[in-house]
Write a protein that binds this ligand. Structure first.
Ligand code: ZN
Ligand code: CU
Length: 485
């Protein structure tokens, strides 16, 4: 038998949360065909993977890569981490279906300027991804704030019945065209005024499709448990799976509460389909939010439209230079982006280690001085948290970014190394894999990622992208409620 590709002598960590085993892996026609001792087999291309781990390609369940997959289809920040699939449209903001009047409202501006929003229907976005054929696979959620911006003349109120019905129609059409589900960003001012009932009515569209509800909670600060209860309530109403985005205890006054959050998640999991994602850092990043301006922890400005020169500088230093209180300086910088050093490391570790937690980067690809999670989230979990800190076994780290994620989002025949699955694979050196990007130099590829295959096509090798673009648009498959426990 002549295969397309043979990867020999790898330690296969197959994504199912079991320890690795030595094996050869054969690929043909984009899929994994055989796993085992294949020393008699031949292939057009053979790789010796001795001392290396072969894992399923990483699935970044939480991204804002909606427009960058089209504008920069090489996707180097993710490809260089071993990511082979990105889920876009999180936190209530999506590139489609969107028809803007003027500039994108905060935080839709995280996805680009008005010129980036050219997908009035979800199917337009899907076709654009398919036409450009990015390096990575792309699956997409529909953002609640995006829907609101289409139909509300004022985002600082809840929607009227006719606006809700117009949003429902767009959501339904998007689900028919393959969207995974609905995301919300209820903490943001542009969605905060939406009553729970508005989201519940929208969520009713998810029911018939078995689609998912993901949410950037209404609060990640003191009222976080109430916000989780709201999310679970919406999920029960729609009988939809609920994924809490970037679960965290934000703000100094909230530190140490991760056991309460996880207890609430576990209690909900007894009665309904729930999960969460988490990025492996104790600092968050988004647009500059005046409500989050504080002197209790460090805040770095990552971009500012009126003051582009301040990117990478601390708000406190800018305020001192301008002789202004923090809040006034922040006002003068807007619109702007920021990194908030507002979490406690112990909370981050507890949440990341929880069995219901998937890894998602929440990277912000438009940012000129991005949070390092954009380039480093996945290798940081493998190298720093699994190998160096010993937070969990390597096969558990891999499971949190592959098998668990594929199951939750219904990405059938991906996320595990099994015969018949698509050959989304990453080869890495477990002794050296590490995130290099940090808060002072955030745009650096990881070390130790030696090969990345997407749909069987080698696309990254030894620190270099090779220009191959074999990614696909992944439409929702089946009823996502079947994928929990
Ligand atoms: Zn978010
Ligand atoms: Cu996000």
């Amino acid at each position: 038998m002549l295969y397309d590709t043979l990867i020999r002598n790898a330690l296969v960590i197959d994504g199912s949360n079991v320890p690795g085993y030595p094996a050869d892996v054969a690929i043909r026609n984009g899929r994994i065909e055989r796993i085992g001792d294949l020393h008699d087999a031949t292939a057009s291309e053979t790789f010796d993977a001795a001392g290396r781990v072969l894992a399923p390609g990483f699935i970044d369940v939480h991204t804002h890569d909606d427009t960058v997959v089209i504008r920069q289809p090489q996707m180097l920040p993710k490809l260089s981490q071993g990511v082979t699939t990105v889920i876009v449209g999180n936190c209530g903001i999506s590139a489609s279906p969107v028809t803007l009047q003027g500039n994108p409202p905060d935080p839709m501006n995280l996805l680009g300027s008005a010129a980036a929003f050219v997908y009035p229907r979800f199917s337009d976005y899907r076709e654009a991804v398919e036409a450009v054929r990015p390096t990575l696979n792309v699956a997409a959620l529909v953002g609640h704030t995006a829907l609101r911006s289409n139909h509300l003349d004022d985002l600082y109120r809840t929607a009227t019945p006719s606006e809700i019905s117009a949003m429902r129609t767009q959501l339904r059409e998007s689900l028919e065209a393959g969207a995974l589900g609905l995301s919300t960003g209820l903490a943001y001012a542009s969605a905060f005024s939406a009553a729970t009932d508005e989201v519940m009515q929208l969520s009713e569209e998810l029911t018939a499709f078995g689609a998912v509800y993901t949410t950037h909670l209404r609060s990640e600060f003191e009222p976080v448990l109430e916000a989780m209860a709201e999310a679970f309530h919406i999920g029960r109403h729609a009988t939809s799976p609920v994924i809490i985005s970037h679960l965290k205890c934000a703000g100094v006054g909230n530190w140490g509460r991760s056991p309460q959050l996880l207890a609430s998640l576990e209690a909900a999991a007894k009665n309904q389909a729930v999960g969460c994602d988490c990025y492996p850092y104790a600092a968050s990043s988004s647009t500059l939010d005046l409500k989050q301006v504080t002197d209790a922890h460090r805040i770095t400005i990552t971009w500012s439209t009126p003051h582009p020169d301040v990117s990478g500088r601390d708000l406190i230093d800018i305020a001192a230079e301008w002789n202004l209180p923090l809040l006034d300086a922040a006002r003068r910088l807007q619109p702007a982006g920021a990194v908030y050093y507002g979490m406690d490391e112990n909370d981050v570790r507890r949440i990341l280690a929880h069995p219901l937690t998937m890894v998602g980067s929440d990277g912000l690809p438009e940012d000129p001085f991005p949070h390092p999670r954009l380039w480093g989230a996945f290798p940081r979990v493998l190298g720093h948290f699994s190998r160096d800190v010993g937070l969990f076994a390597l096969h558990t780290a891999v499971h949190k970014m592959t098998g668990l994620s594929a199951a939750r989002f219904g990405l059938h025949d991906r996320g595990e190394i099994r015969p018949g699955n698509w050959a989304d694979l990453v080869l890495f050196d477990p002794a050296t894999v590490r995130d290099v990007a940090d808060f002072s130099d955030p745009q650096q590829p990881a070390q130790g990622i030696e090969g990345v295959w997407i749909n069987g096509v080698l696309s990254y090798r030894d620190g270099q992208a090779n220009g191959q673009r074999a990614g696909r648009f992944l439409a929702r498959q089946g009823d996502l409620r079947d994928n929990f426990r």
